[in-house]
Design a protein. Structure first.
Ligand SMILES: *Cc1c(COP(=O)(O)O)cnc(C)c1O
Length: 373
């Protein structure tokens, strides 16, 4: 695949949706090209058996793509599940907490972490090791603010809080406890040192593809915690033993994930380069916030800012509504913030091109000039 300009597809807008989100044009075009007939197969990927050699190859390539990008070694298994990241809010504690004496610790830096902790409480003891509710999740804890329980079953974090726009820059220190991370909204946006994690999960529809598939990366020793009384399909071991195919997997979503992995590797130059690209895009917008004399007020504190979701307020709600409407007229779509934060959220995942961010920057400068007078 070679890089293509969005301008070459005239009717496409710049899509700042938090998810499902913008996909690389090259991926959409390859899927389109192969949709009616996969090369050498003569059928659509939508029509083939999930046990066919053609799908064997797609699954293998997708797995190899992910493992190659993330440098996943022999200590971890990779499985593809359905039910979204939300099902992992339940499956993680069902498999890792159920029947344990210890508590699971949750570090709450935003809405998704809070939701995960709520589900975990159905399965066992949950200890909140830090909670930023008092300032509406605008920052990360300092190392001395995290209060872990004694020998927690695991420690759960959310690497990027999609709604608040708060992103961890490096892993918190959690002693010997397995670190469990919801990476849904920054998966494949930067390198991860997988060896530091007990379990990583991510739905695909933010950075890595389309809704329907969720990647779970689990350290092999943790599989021993799952109990035989678990429902078969909710037991991680079922999916590991059956190579992500105990039943029909979401074949199209797996296929697209594979294409996205290839795009990140071949077109974008791998995760280090992807991360630099994403940081450069985010800086363009944060520089506008910082030079706006308070007209655009960032939600996240500067040292916790997300490279994926840029969240900010305007002086009043009337102006925020006008901003969203006027931006849409310029082909800058889906900029309304989540109701729990308000204001504006620009989601600028992997596939948002630099020219989309530059167009938003120019719009923001113009908007401030005309509305501030
Ligand atoms: C989108 C998102 C989820 C929810 O994902 P679903 O696939 O809709 O269940 C969970 N966590 C984070 C961080 C997200 O961004």
């Amino acid at each position: 695949m070679t890089e293509r300009s969005l301008a070459s597809v005239g009717e496409r807008v710049f899509n700042f949706s938090p998810g499902p989100a913008v996909l690389p044009l090259e991926v959409l075009e390859q899927a389109q090209e192969e949709l009616v007939s996969l090369p050498g197969v003569g059928m659509s990927v939508l029509e083939i058996s999930h046990r066919s050699p053609a799908f064997d190859r797609i699954l293998e390539e997708t797995l190899a793509g992910l493992k190659g990008l993330l440098g996943i070694g022999a200590d971890h298994e990779v499985i593809f599940l359905q039910g979204g990241a939300s099902l992992q809010f339940s499956m993680v504690p069902m498999n890792l907490l159920r029947g344990q004496q210890a508590a699971a610790d949750y570090i709450l830096t935003g809405t998704w972490g809070v939701t995960g902790a709520k589900e975990a409480r159905r399965e066992g003891a949950v200890h909140v090791a830090w909670d930023c509710a008092a300032t509406n999740y605008d920052r990360l804890p300092g190392p001395d603010e995290i209060r872990l329980s004694k020998d927690p079953a695991y420690v759960h974090v959310t690497s990027n809080e999609t709604i608040q726009g708060v992103q961890w820059k490096h892993e918190p220190m959690v002693g010997g406890a397995p670190l469990v991370c919801d990476c849904s909204s920054d998966f494949l946006s930067r390198p991860i040192d997988v060896a530091k994690y007990g379990l990583i999960y991510a739905c695909a529809q933010k950075n890595a593809g389309i809704a329907g598939v969720t990647a779970v990366i689990i350290r092999k020793d943790l599989l021993e915690r799952s109990r035989d009384t678990l429902p078969t399909m909710l037991d991680y071991r079922t999916h590991v033993t059956n190579g992500s195919r105990p039943n029909t997997p979401p074949v199209f979503a797996v296929y697209i994930l594979g294409l996205v992995c290839r795009w990140v590797r071949d077109t974008m130059g791998g995760l280090e380069s992807m991360a630099r690209h994403n940081a450069a895009k985010a800086k363009i917008l944060y520089d506008i916030l910082d030079s706006s004399a308070g007209f655009y007020a960032g939600h996240a504190r500067p040292d916790c800012r997300s490279d994926m979701n840029v969240t900010f307020r305007l002086p009043n709600e009337g102006l925020e509504k006008e901003f969203v409407t006027a931006a849409a007229q310029r082909g800058l779509i889906d900029l309304k913030g989540h109701r729990s934060v308000g204001g504006i959220r620009a989601s600028i995942y992997n596939a948002m091109p630099l020219e989309g961010v530059a167009a938003l920057r120019d719009f923001m400068i113009d908007f401030q000039k005309t509305r501030q007078a």
